[in-house]
Design a protein around this ligand. Structure first.
Ligand code: ATP
Ligand code: MG
Length: 404
């Protein structure tokens, strides 16, 4: 492994190293991930100096073959893309949708209404990434940024058991960071570099990426501020995925927008910010007991839909759900899940606390009614301002009439 210590850079002595370390920059990778503008902001050093240091860092990493040069041939990019790892979802249906699995060097955003299985996917991937390469994993660890307190180790245990893995070992390889507010959430990500290296992290999860930002920045007055901060978070996540060759998985909720008459009247909360940054965007939708996953945005996947299901083993193929009817699943787990999904619990979530403005958001009280139409496909779409990648542009152009 290349020397990533800050003082291995020519011209960076103990004083600068300390200044950078105090600001949370611990190695050369961190310099690249954060960039000169931010480094100058957080350390107080001159922009020129920050630029020089970051350029040196970049040069060193290029020489060490850790990152690609600024001008590269397409064949070099192709070669680098050969390093991309894929993590199986453990199902045929979603692996088909993802063309093999969730990719490293990319940000995958999953959005959808409450209870559609976003967190279940995250928990499933925590286990799958630890599988051997032959089995479709990356033999790596996980960092799980939990912003809604929905990380459940018990679910990890059942998913690990269902996959014939040692639950204790699987739990040991998951580092959970509970984020209490959006600034904390961002701080966690900013500090994550050394942890990734020390623990062979191959998957970073932010569940949910947007909820806290949305809860804290209420009203249209603070919208651009929120989008700017969210933008920073999402870009950081995506840069970390690229720099460290790990997969980033972010979830995002949707809100109803009743002004949409055709198609799906829900949209992801992050708005365009998240959508533009994500490499892959997948929309999860409830359809009775089954779930539908649609690849919404991808540079190289066709826009297609698959059906999946949720079970003891996390995300499962629909055939497997039929094999084991719902009643056959452990009652304990089912009870827990039911509890977790009751409107009561949802009321605690930041998602529902936000007052609605123009585009009315789904409230927990309303959702059960909508979902009661068992078997019938829900016409629910993600509002644009909620789409992580799309929020950016709209926000900055100040033409986001649909934003919260
Ligand atoms: N042990 C289990 N067996 C079968 N299904 C389960 C189990 N645990 C959870 N589920 C299913 O997962 C659903 C909850 O999914 P999940 O928590 O992933 O939703 P979400 O999309 O993250 O929602 P939110 O937006 O509220 O965070 C439950 O409604 C249930 O159908
Ligand atoms: Mg969830």
């Amino acid at each position: 492994m290349e020397d990533l210590r800050l003082d291995s850079l020519a011209g960076v002595g103990p004083v600068t190293t300390k200044k950078l370390a105090d600001a949370g920059i611990h190695n050369i990778m961190d310099l690249i991930v954060r960039g000169p503008v931010e480094i100058s902001d957080i350390t107080g050093m001159e922009k020129d100096t920050a630029e020089k240091i970051v350029n040196k860092a970049r040069q060193q990493l290029v020489e060490g073959g850790l990152i690609s040069k600024d001008f590269v041939s397409a064949s070099e990019i192709y070669k680098r893309r050969q390093d991309i790892g894929k993590i199986t979802t453990g199902t045929n249906c979603l692996d088909t949708l993802f063309d093999g699995g969730i990719e490293t060097q990319a940000l995958t955003e999953v959005y959808g209404e409450f209870g559609c299985g976003k967190t279940q996917l995250c928990l499933t991937m925590c286990v799958q990434v630890q599988k051997s390469k032959e089995e479709g994993g990356l033999e790596g660890g996980v960092i799980y940024i939990d912003t809604e307190n929905t990380f459940r180790p018990e679910r990890i245990v059942s998913i690990a058991n269902a996959n014939g893995m040692d639950p204790q070992k699987v739990l040991d390889n998951i580092i959970v960071a509970r984020a209490y507010n959006s600034a904390h959430q961002t701080l966690i990500l900013e500090e994550v570099g050394p942890i990734i290296e020390e623990n062979n992290i191959k998957l970073i999860i932010a569940d949910s990426a947007v909820g806290l930002f949305r809860a804290e920045y209420l009203g249209r007055g603070t919208l651009s501020n929120r989008q700017q901060k969210l933008n920073h978070f999402v870009h950081l996540l995506s840069r970390i995925a690229e720099t460290y060759n790990c997969a980033a998985l972010a979830t995002n909720q949707v809100m109803a927008s009743p002004d949409v008459f055709f198609g799906d009247p829900t949209r992801p909360i992050g708005g365009n910010v998240v959508a533009h940054t994500s490499t892959y965007r997948i929309y999860f939708k409830k359809s009775g007991k089954k779930r539908i996953a649609r690849m919404v945005d991808s540079p190289h996947h066709p826009e297609e839909e698959v059906i999946f299901a949720l079970g003891e083993a996390g995300i499962i193929d629909p055939e497997d759900a039929e094999k084991k009817p719902k009643k056959a699943t452990s009652k304990k787990e089912t009870k827990k899940t039911t509890k977790k999904d009751t409107p009561k619990e949802k009321i605690d979530s930041p998602e529902v606390e936000i007052p609605t403005t123009e585009s009315q958001e789904l409230t927990t009280a309303e959702i059960p009614e909508i979902t009661n139409t068992d078997g019938q496909e829900l016409a629910v779409e993600v509002p644009e301002e909620l789409v992580l990648s799309e929020a950016l542009d709209e926000e900055f152009s100040d033409s986001s009439p649909k934003d919260v």
